[in-house]
Design a protein around this ligand. Sequence first.
Ligand code: FAD
Length: 106
Amino acid sequence: PPDVEELGRSTWTMLHSMAATYPTTAPPETQSIMKQFISTFSKLYPCWHCAEDFRGWMAKPENEPKVQGQDELGLWMCQAHNAVNVKLGKSEFDCSLWKQRWKDGW
Ligand code: FAD
């Protein structure tokens, strides 16, 4: 099986980068594609226990994917990542800085 840490770092890079390049205001078709992607991703992510916990987190109404636009998606992705950080005993990332980290690059 893939290295869970390396897989995680690579995957978060892709997910946050997708948020950073998402339209400021996404048209309905794009929102629907992103929702579908997140749902499919959560079923195919090749760390099964990670995927299962992620689906459990997303199933809570307050954690439903926010896909209206870049700011919403970026914040949601940061919160999703923080939920994993907390689960793993890591410190939470300041989500007001997600764009600096993933769009501008520090
Ligand atoms: P990572 O957590 O991979 O973060 C990479 C970089 O992203 C950091 O250096 C920081 O600059 C930035 N960053 C950190 N937090 C945030 C944030 N909230 N928002 C934006 N940027 C941030 N591992 C497990 O062991 N068990 C699991 O159940 C598990 N579930 C996962 C579920 C998903 C959906 C994903 C994508 C990964 C999961 N992982 C899991 C992997 C785990 O999240 C880490 O990727 C891995 O432990 C490596 O951690 P890291 O400390 O190198 O940095």
